[in-house]
Write a protein that binds this ligand. Structure first.
Ligand SMILES: Nc1nc2c(c(=O)[nH]1)N[C@H]1C(S)=C(S)[C@@H](COP(=O)(O)O)O[C@H]1N2
Ligand SMILES: [Mo]
Length: 219
């Protein structure tokens, strides 16, 4: 069996190659749906970007920012800010869908591709889920295969600027093809798991799978 992440790397390499050749990006949601706007969603007025959090926006100064990646991996790693910014960076444009029914098109994120992290830590073959923990005590869980899409990244920049604290800076997870609660703002730890473990909203009745085109809002 070819590990999931090898296929993901191939897709990612194909995307980067097309980009270098100046070809247009492949249509994004072709796999999940022909419709760009998922059912029951509306676009935010004038491209506004609402803020959703638990009422806390932790202030994390860059010198004490850490991202710990471990669990079912060959090589656990802990980044400081400089080291995280020294590994290969990508930028990408994707859509954002919040379960409270607003969507925002064409968000321009930059940071580290999840595929790059997978290369570094090398998940064990039995790793099937990933658990993200944030500095505001938020958490969320995502199956590995959803994270292998070439549009998944740990974003440190939005629209060419450092990611603001209200939107989850210094760094947040972006998983464009799932409802946005699956993307942890203020992310501090990424743990690869062999068994699934529900996160903050998943323990409180939200769908575990969270596909916007299937309207998987609540469990
Ligand atoms: N750490 C943390 N991450 C989080 C949340 C949160 O409360 N805390 N809310 C989630 C939800 S429900 C959404 S819709 C998006 C909101 O991101 P935004 O505030 O940048 O719009 O972040 C997600 N990630
Ligand atoms: Mo949300």
């Amino acid at each position: 069996m070819i590990p999931l992440h090898i296929e993901a790397k191939e897709r990612w390499a194909a995307k980067m190659k097309a980009r270098q050749a100046g070809l247009p990006p492949a249509p994004r949601d072709a796999v999940r749906s022909g419709e760009r706007l998922p059912p029951g969603q509306h676009l935010t007025q004038g491209g506004a970007f609402p803020v959703l959090d638990l009422g806390i926006q932790p202030r994390i100064d860059l010198p004490r920012w850490r991202l710990k990646i471990g669990g079912a991996v060959e090589t656990p790693i802990e980044f400081g800010w400089e080291a995280f910014n020294a590994i290969p960076q990508v930028d990408d444009v994707s859509d954002f869908h919040c379960v409270t029914t607003w969507s925002k098109y064409d968000c321009r994120w930059a940071g580290v591709a999840f595929a790059t992290l997978i290369d570094l830590v090398r998940p064990l073959p039995e790793a099937r889920f990933v658990f993200f923990t944030s500095s505001d005590s938020y958490s969320t869980n995502v199956p590995m295969e959803s994270l292998l899409d070439d549009d998944v990244l740990i974003a440190t920049r939005f629209d060419g600027e450092a990611l603001s604290r209200e939107h989850g800076g210094p760094a947040r997870v972006i998983v464009p093809k799932l409802y946005a609660w699956k993307g942890a703002k203020f992310v501090k730890e990424i743990e690869f798991l062999t068994e699934d473990r529900p996160g903050f909203w998943e323990q409180r009745g939200y769908s575990n799978t969270a596909c916007p085109w299937k309207e998987e809002r609540f469990a």
